[in-house]
Design a protein around this ligand. Sequence first.
Ligand code: NAP
Ligand code: GLV
Length: 310
Amino acid sequence: MKESLVFYSEYDEPAAWTEALAAHLPDLDIRVYPDVGAPEAVRYALVWKPPQGFLARFPGLRLVVNLGAGVDALLARDDLPDVPITRISDPNMARMMAGYVLFAVLRYARDIPLFERAKRERRWAYVHPREACETRVGVLGLGELGATAAAELVRHGFDVRGWSRSPKSLAGVSCVHGKDALPRFLSELDIAVVMLPLTPETRRLLGRDMLSALPAGAKLINVSRGAVVDEQALLEALKSGHIAEATLDVFETEPLPPEHPFWTMENVLITPHLASVALPRSAAQQIAENIRRVRSGREVLNRVDPRRGY
Ligand code: NAP
Ligand code: GLV
């Protein structure tokens, strides 16, 4: 029986992934759900948020590939087989994220929300531009995406700081690590960019205490997962003006319900969870490499540690 890969995603274009993977693995039977063929032939699953019980249907699975960077939803499942789990780790995906973060930081550093409001009032609101180095930007999470975004911000001349779990050394970024260092780290920022994975340790990490550690008037950009920030605490901080502005790409509940107060807040920019996406052309290569590794009994690359949660 020819071994197969099953693809599931409601967001990604199956034809683009099938074509990209077939170019690297012509001998693999690539199946798009619900046309899975013989379930016992499925060796590899390339999935983004499949329905509960989906993975349990394939007893011969040898590798689960998360069709994205964040594995919180995958690790929360109760049908996860005891096989290696990998994530997309692709420089082009990191570049797309870095572009979004740069846009969001520049928007604040160049006072664009102020000009957007002034324009609505037909007001010529001159504010003298500041040098980029006068804006302190803190990146929380210095992984594949966070480190790339931090490097992009350094390239633009910002005063870039970084926070992670373990020590890091990144050119042009002053790095600190560990939970004890977080309040002080936050207290010295103009803009905080959240790029942490959602894990038991990071869930609601940015609650009332941590948000109040930010200087009054700070801005927050969240491109990680909504639940890393306590939304109620953020709402209060945005209403009081302690946090002046927020750019939110991710939310505790997605899609963000129409009645959610964020929708009506002038100082909140909302995008619908698309700061970065998995890109078939570039990611197919590493998925194929991992399939080859599984076939030949070698260790896979970009393996997720379920105990660590990312
Ligand atoms: P990653 O490579 O796994 O890196 C995670 C970073 O967070 C690492 O630097 C890690 O520290 C740090 N970290 C984890 N737990 C921590 C803790 N308790 N305290 C301090 N630092 C901690 O992840 P990534 O590829 O950069 O992606 C980050 C997240 O972005 C994903 O998990 C996903 O949720 C989100 N994402 C969002 C979008 C979007 O479109 N909005 C797209 C892709 C991804 P160490 O380096 O010390 O391990
Ligand atoms: C998207 O949010 C991802 O984790 O890839």
